[in-house]
Write a protein of this length. Structure first.
Length: 264
């Protein structure tokens, strides 16, 4: 086990995986622990959170698993209080919860539109609302928001609410970073590109003829010829959470093999 985050406490919202394998949040939670952090694994599916926490504990780390609906203020606040009760502080806040509903303004209902904004954006707001006072009191902290390449560019999918929400996450990240920079708090976002995670099989397979076609076309669409993995996101998150990134703030970091740099 490495030492870059030794004795720090990481609160990871969305630490479970939606299916077998390694989702971004699950990989990030385990990676934080491998760098010495105590990790609170939070997910709306508490069994998925427990699975991630069990991996950490089996590797000799310290973890706590909790269930949470990030769209509910009382649920998020309860998680923060439980984290303080167990570990006394929060040094790293990692916001990984996200969802993409297919459809443009014509196809989406108003309820669907609002749900996407709540899951992708309100959840980040609520987590920051209850964690920032703790970080301000200790005059330090790192917040990492998992956004998307869709917050920067049109990615070829028809999911208007996802574009809107992730674009808002990016600008919220910038605003918070500059508002709290003099209080020792850094806020950055990671924008995954074409990733090979369990999530894509749950949310975007319907945009393709088959799951196999989806995998083939997404690999081909990446500038590298291969999709990234959850560990690519985890490696970026570890760096941004560590002291190695002490002067990196308000950065919207694409982890996408160059996808968002391409003109077309």
């Amino acid at each position: 086990m490495a030492e870059r985050l030794k004795n720090r406490v990481a609160l990871v919202f969305g630490a479970g995986s939606i299916g077998p394998g390694w989702g971004n949040g699950k990989a990030c939670a385990v990676a934080y622990a491998r760098e010495g952090a105590k990790v609170v694994c939070v997910d709306i599916n508490v069994m998925a959170a427990r699975e991630t926490a069990a991996i950490i504990e089996e590797e000799g780390g310290a973890a706590l698993a909790l269930g949470c609906d990030v769209t509910r203020s009382d649920s998020v606040q309860a998680v923060v209080q439980a984290t303080l009760a167990q570990f006394s502080t929060i040094d790293i806040l990692h916001n990984n919860v996200g969802h993409a509903a297919m459809g443009g303004p014509i196809e989406l209902s108003e309820d669907d539109w609002q749900r996407e904004l709540d899951v992708n954006l309100k959840g980040v707001f609520l987590a920051c609302k209850f964690v920032l006072p703790i970080m301000l009191e200790q005059n330090r902290g790192a917040i990492i928001n998992i956004s998307s390449a869709a917050g920067l560019r049109y990615t070829g999918y028809d999911y208007a609410s996802y574009y809107a929400a992730k674009g808002a996450v990016n600008q919220l990240t910038v605003g918070l970073a500059l508002q709290y920079a003099r209080q020792g708090i850094r806020v950055n976002a990671i924008c995954p590109g074409l990733m090979d995670t369990p999530l894509i099989h749950q949310q975007i397979t319907g945009a393709y003829a088959s799951s196999d076609a989806m995998m083939e076309q997404r690999h081909a669409a990446s500038p590298t010829g291969q999709m990234g993995t959850a560990w690519d996101i985890a490696n970026a998150a570890i760096f941004l959470a560590s002291d190695e990134a002490s002067y990196i703030n308000a950065v919207i970091l694409p982890v996408d093999g160059g996808l968002t740099a391409r003109a077309s």
